[in-house]
Design a protein around this ligand. Structure first.
Ligand code: CMC
Length: 429
């Protein structure tokens, strides 16, 4: 017999089914709660609420486990290419040679963006935040491909949209960077790898030849894999909720980019480097900053620390910390900010405030240090996160569509005024 739980409300007992995941994690299915009892649940920030059943990413926050479709993040980061991981997330299995060749070729065919989009970029002020530009550009892609707006679109149309998005995001991201630099746009090179092509579009100039550095290419590949999915996080939930209204995939991803931008989410990687720089400029008194983070009257938080789900360690942070050491050494970069980060980590990890609350370095704590070593400017860090997260957003959107999930529409507990009569302006105090 399947497991159930009993909930007693106003002395009356109700029974609700228990749902068990493949890793034995348990949930109470309360989808009939309101219909049966008149009650809803209240859960700010959805800290205890499962919004869906998903077969994409498994995350065990207590034990620091992260797996995409059953494969550990450690193995994927070490052995896979980003496009292999994208295929795995989106289609459920690692591609065989033929499937990977087809996937890569199809993506390569869609790397160009419509020339009219250049004019959108021209209208942005120089210095515009690239996340703002990227979100707008991805949304505007839907206007070039009106078939994507049909909620009953065919599998072929969906496939094309997915490949277009993966192909065009690096092109648009590099164009946002070139716009801010005042440099001419570099068109995609379809003979290069996904990461190699992006690096060339970012850093090559018409005045000199450009060769992709294999150390940089490998580091970028690893970082993108580490960011590729993270189950129902803020931006992914946003993509699923927007998509649940049958809005097209471009608009759903554009909303995901906007959600990612915030400093409590993907924007933390930019905020970490800004924080470390401030600590350095301020003389490097780490205890002062730790005390600020602990002070409840101060809104400052230690950026890159803490996670909603990981309470012991973030496995991605471990991989990135090791990679940061390796990449900086291989590139011969000596970044004083890396030392500050390591010292800050040590001070925080020995402080009872952080220990008691399970606050550890997250994926964003060291990623910015690698991006800096790759010459990526600080305001592009969150764009890099978006490049990595794109396959996850797509996979989650596709799963939501295939499962025919209902429109996302939470309820609320109303705390405003009860009904009252309208008072004409002349009679108001
Ligand atoms: N510095 C100082 N105190 C913190 C921090 C921090 N970075 N993070 C959490 N706390 C405290 C918080 O004040 C609270 O204390 P108390 O119980 O005394 O009120 C307690 O720890 C629990 O925090 P919370 O805000 O209730 O936890 P949450 O799960 O809602 O928030 C978080 C998770 C990631 C938003 C938060 O830890 C944070 O703001 N971290 C800094 C921003 C950051 O690095 N974000 C990147 C997250 S990882 C990349 C991604 O996937 O987006």
């Amino acid at each position: 017999m399947s497991e159930t739980v009993q909930i007693i409300i106003e002395g009356k007992e109700y029974e609700f089914p228990v749902v068990e995941g493949s890793e034995q994690e348990k949930a109470i299915d309360i989808s009939k709660l309101r219909a049966q009892t008149g009650y809803i649940t209240l859960d700010y920030g959805f800290k205890n609420t499962g919004s869906t059943k998903s077969a994409i990413t498994y995350l065990d926050g207590e034990n620091g486990i992260l797996r995409y479709r059953g494969y550990s993040i450690e193995e994927l980061a070490e052995k896979a290419s980003f496009l292999e991981v994208a295929f795995l997330l989106i289609y459920g299995e690692l591609p065989n040679k033929k499937q990977l060749d087809y996937f890569q070729e199809s993506i390569t065919q869609h790397t160009l963006v419509h020339e009219n989009m250049k004019r959108f970029f021209e209208a942005f002020p120089q210095g515009a935040h690239p996340m703002g530009m990227l979100s707008s550009m991805i949304s505007s892609l839907s206007t070039f491909y009106p078939e994507s707006q049909n909620p009953n679109r065919s599998v072929v149309d969906i496939e094309k949209t997915i490949h277009r998005l993966i192909a065009k995001l690096p092109t648009l991201a590099s164009q946002a960077y070139k716009h801010n630099m005042g440099h001419p746009t570099v068109y995609p090179s379809n003979d290069l790898s996904y990461c190699g092509n992006f690096l060339k579009m970012m850093f090559s100039l018409p005045t000199e030849p450009y060769e992709v550095d294999s150390v940089v290419e490998r580091a970028l590949n690893k970082l993108l894999i580490l960011h590729a999915d993270h189950e129902q996080n803020c931006s992914t939930s946003t993509v699923r909720v927007v998509g649940s209204s049958q809005a097209n995939l471009y608009s759903s991803v554009s909303a995901g980019i906007a959600a990612l931008w915030g400093p409590l989410h993907g924007g933390a990687n930019q905020a970490v480097i800004e924080m470390l720089e401030s600590i350095r400029e301020d003389g490097g008194d780490l205890q002062k900053w730790i005390d600020k983070a602990k002070d409840k009257n101060d809104s400052f938080r230690l950026m890159g620390f803490g996670h909603r789900v990981y309470k012991n360690f973030d496995p991605r942070a471990r991989i990135i910390k090791k990679a940061a050491d390796e990449v900086l050494e291989q590139l011969g970069v000596d970044d004083p900010v890396l030392d500050i980060a390591k010292q800050l980590e040590q001070v925080a990890l020995n402080d009872s405030y952080f220990v008691e609350r399970g606050l550890y370095p997250n994926v964003d704590f060291y990623s910015g240090i690698i991006y800096r070593a790759l010459n990526i400017p600080t305001d592009m860090f969150t764009v890099m996160f978006a490049l990595g997260r794109l396959p996850g957003w797509i996979a989650q959107w596709k799963e939501m569509v295939e499962n025919r999930e209902p429109i996302g529409r939470p309820r609320q507990v109303f705390t405003g005024s009860k009904e009252r009569s309208f008072v004409v302006l002349a009679d108001r105090d």
